[in-house]
Write a protein that binds this ligand. Structure first.
Ligand SMILES: Cc1cc2nc3c(=O)[nH]c(=O)nc-3n(C[C@H](O)[C@H](O)[C@H](O)COP(=O)(O)O)c2cc1C
Length: 331
């Protein structure tokens, strides 16, 4: 008889899955484990929909894709290979993936990323001027590619162009009361809140420099917040896919998390920016003109570098996001 993973094991993997980054730390995922048949479903939590900053649910798919990747890593680390089907039911768009598991003996490259799951953070702090070795960037490109996505390292002149685009997106955002209201819903709580971006994760206010760091304070004074000089020449990369359907967004999320975990193991700090990508008219300007097929559809702008350690952000309890379907008792 085929053995299925124990409920306790799946619960631990789901806890690791929830360590993934998500837009505004909304954690838009719900898991359901049918323990009798060993099937784990991942659904999009539409109660966390953001009509202003994520109208197409692209960000929700990317966030759930990142959580799915962590789940694959955690299962692999425990000796189980996940067989994942993306969007298995065309009539149910909110069912993003189903996974079944088979015992495997190999602790492969995916399992080796496990220690980075709880160490990875988004950093909104300045990074040093230290160059990132080419070998490290090559590894990150390989990480994106192995999940079916592309990563383009932007040249200095491309960085200038992208920073202009992000600035335009920032200005649009600051002028839209609806966007500001939506972001305010997900920011400003403390460590005691289990979702959203707490004040302490905003990083310092930008006193100078050109790093594309979204300022979640949106002009609100935050007690004790310092200001700092950010990089003049930030190291930016774009993660992209060759198409732009929900399955590509899920793939981008998995590639994003693979890249972030690898970067974490390589000692890099990472920071995400989707401001320009959220605006359809600006998103296309992030395409890499040198190798456009790699990033035909830009899915995320990342800033990489060496920076100070930052504390983790909160997560919802695993019991809030995982439902267990127990086998019915005979008689
Ligand atoms: C689709 C998506 C879009 C994001 N956009 C931004 C962004 O524009 N600016 C930013 O600072 N962080 C962005 N983030 C990072 C989240 O804010 C971050 O993952 C979340 O607050 C949890 O914090 P952590 O990554 O440190 O665990 C994004 C993450 C995802 C998955």
């Amino acid at each position: 008889m085929t053995r299925h993973p124990e409920v306790a094991a799946v619960t631990a993997w789901v806890r690791d899955a929830t360590m993934a980054p998500s837009m505004h730390n909304a954690q838009p995922w719900r898991f359901r484990y049918a323990s009798a048949v060993g099937t784990l479903d991942l659904r999009m939590d539409t109660a966390r929909y953001m009509p202003e900053t994520d109208p197409t649910t692209r960000g929700m798919h990317i966030s759930c894709g990142a959580a799915l990747f962590n789940l694959r890593v955690a299962a692999a680390h425990a000796g189980w290979a996940a067989d994942v089907r993306l969007l298995p039911d065309p009539a149910d768009a909110e069912l993003l993936a189903t996974a079944v598991f088979a015992e495997s003996d190999g602790l492969g490259a995916t399992a080796g990323l496990y220690p980075a799951i709880t160490r990875r953070r988004s950093s909104r702090h300045p990074f040093t001027d230290e160059a990132i070795p080419d070998a490290v960037l090559d590894r990150l490109q390989g990480a994106a590619r192995s999940e079916g996505a592309g990563m383009a390292v932007l040249s200095e002149w491309q960085v200038d162009a992208v920073l202009d685009v992000v600035k335009e997106a920032e200005e649009d955002e600051s002028l839209s009361p609806a966007v500001r209201r939506e972001i305010a819903r997900w920011t400003g709580g403390g460590a005691e809140v289990s979702e959203g971006i707490p004040d302490y994760a905003f990083g310092p206010a930008r006193h100078d420099g050109r790093a594309p760091v979204r300022d979640f304070a949106m002009g609100r004074p935050v007690p004790g917040r310092e200001s700092a000089v950010f990089e003049q020449s930030p190291r930016l990369v774009v993660l992209g896919t060759s198409d732009d359907r929900p399955q590509d967004w899920l793939l981008a999320g998995q590639a994003l998390e693979r890249l972030l975990l690898q970067a974490t193991l390589d000692g890099l700090s990472t920071s995400l920016n989707s401001q320009a990508i959220e605006r359809a008219e600006l998103r296309w300007l992030l395409r890499d003109p040198v190798s456009p097929s790699l990033t035909a559809f830009p899915q995320m702008l990342l800033r990489l570098g060496y920076g100070p350690p930052v504390p983790p952000t909160p997560r919802r309890a695993v019991s809030d996001v995982l439902e267990i379907e127990q086998p019915s008792q005979p008689g």
